[in-house]
Design a protein around this ligand. Structure first.
Ligand SMILES: [Zn+2]
Ligand SMILES: [Zn+2]
Length: 250
């Protein structure tokens, strides 16, 4: 399974997963023309995208959805989340789960789990590559990681998870108090520490690939996100590049 993170952060999130001719996007949070351009840069023809899975309705996850109408791509989101997603042609609106086959042996099975964020029905996704036997979990905006989420994500080969902020940096920032409270709440975003805690429960040291995403541009630094997760995994006896791989997406 090939992972291409086309955009990450509060300016937009878009992830392409491909296996054979099976190609899906998780979120479409940058302009349509940018998605088209970045897909072509990684060797994907926009016409070949089979489905788009939306985590939640916020603009940094949905801005590029006109892509769906243009190429007639089905869009999946939580049933309640559709209340807040506009402009997608009626016949393209779907709800997960889904099985996508490219006409060969490559098949994606996509299931969802509930996350905790200030949206109607925010979701994370578990994508299984049934042909290669690989599991990829995608957990973006969420204020906490609960047992059900851990259960859904466990045994993954690939984790794409937000590592949004350093709590002290948010507290000391210029943001209005209401915004600070929202980010730090149970329906806000994951701090580096929360992400590290979740990963230390999930990673088994079998060579998992971890992508830390959706870093705050003002309240985080890539080396901090990386260091906190590395430390948490080291406490479990896992060494980067030996037991797992880690990439911070800026
Ligand atoms: Zn959000
Ligand atoms: Zn977001």
């Amino acid at each position: 399974m090939k992972v291409d993170i086309l955009a990450s952060g509060s300016n937009g999130n878009c992830i392409a997963l491909s296996s054979g001719e099976s190609i899906i996007l998780v979120d479409a949070g940058i302009a349509k023309t940018k998605i088209e351009k970045r897909l072509l840069e990684v060797g994907i023809t926009p016409n070949n995208v089979q489905a788009i899975f939306i985590t939640h309705a916020h603009k940094d996850h949905t801005k590029g959805l006109p892509l769906a109408n243009k190429y007639h791509i089905p869009v999946f989101a939580g049933a309640d989340e559709w209340k807040d997603i506009h402009g997608v042609d009626e016949e393209l609106r779907k709800t997960p789960p889904a099985i996508l086959n490219d006409g060969t042996e490559y098949t994606f099975e996509v299931k969802c789990f509930n996350t905790h964020h200030d949206a109607y029905e925010p979701l994370g996704y578990v994508v299984k590559d049934l042909y290669l036997g690989l599991k990829c979990s995608i957990c973006l905006d969420t204020g906490k990681v609960d047992q059900d989420m851990l259960q859904a994500m466990k045994d993954s080969d690939i984790y794409i998870i937000e590592s949004n902020h350093v709590e002290n940096m948010v507290a000391a920032s210029d943001y209005p108090n209401s915004v600070k409270a929202r980010i730090l709440s149970d329906i806000g975003h994951l701090s580096n520490q929360q992400t590290a805690n979740a990963l230390s429960k999930l990673v088994q040291g079998k060579g998992e690939q971890i992508y830390l995403t959706h870093l705050s541009s003002s309240n985080n630094l890539p080396f901090l996100a990386k260091g906190i997760t590395e430390n948490a995994l080291l406490k479990r006896g896992f060494i980067r590049d030996k037991h797992y791989k880690l990439e911070v997406i800026e």
